[in-house]
Design a protein around this ligand. Structure first.
Ligand code: GNR
Ligand code: NI
Length: 169
């Protein structure tokens, strides 16, 4: 089932996700919904907080549209190492129409559980590393706007208020 993606400044985007205690059939159903919602958007990632589920879970698929899908599931993720710096032009499904350069670590090592509840560790760079940091932020209630300087932040805030105002009329 495709879920509704919350848009900034929805307060639920500021909630911190609770740890997933066990990978139950309900969690697996939620993962399926998140993947479906991400592919429909389309987006390269989606965090549970973006659909109003305040738990530590995100999905990522950075495969190109002409490649087979490559869904990655991260439950209770921890970024255990970050290296270097990179600037990436990011978008966010919770900020439709906004694209801004954001500073990130160039490389990350992440530890998480997969959809079977099995622990794994992954070293990522490029878009995958950026997406992992972006989704990890969502689980802490952090958003791309929090990484912007004061001017961009103000402009983005205003744009979003205007957009949401129009969307609700
Ligand atoms: O679809 C998305 N694209 C994207 C591009 C650059 C950096 C991060 C992202 S994540 C975003 C989907 C999203 O909002 N995930 O939370
Ligand atoms: Ni996002």
């Amino acid at each position: 089932m495709i879920r509704t993606i919350l848009h900034y400044p929805d307060k639920r985007l500021r909630e911190r996700g609770k740890k997933v205690e066990a990978v139950t059939p309900e969690i697996r159903a939620l993962i399926d919904d998140m993947a479906e919602t991400m592919y429909a958007a389309p987006g390269v990632g989606l965090a549970a907080t973006q659909i109003g589920e305040a738990i530590q879970l995100f999905v990522i698929d950075i495969a190109d549209s002409d490649e087979p899908s490559d869904l990655r599931v991260f439950i209770n993720p921890e970024i255990v190492e970050s290296q270097g710096e990179i600037v990436w032009q990011e978008g966010c499904l919770s900020f439709p129409g906004i694209q801004e350069d954001i500073d990130r670590a160039a490389k990350v090592r992440v530890r998480a559980l997969d959809r079977d509840g099995k622990p794994f560790e992954l070293e990522a760079e490029g878009l995958l590393a950026v997406a992992i940091q972006h989704e990890y932020d969502h689980l802490q209630g952090l958003l791309m706007i929090d990484h912007m300087g004061p001017l961009k932040k103000r402009l983005t805030h205003r744009k979003m208020l205007k957009r949401e105002e129009q969307a609700s009329t």
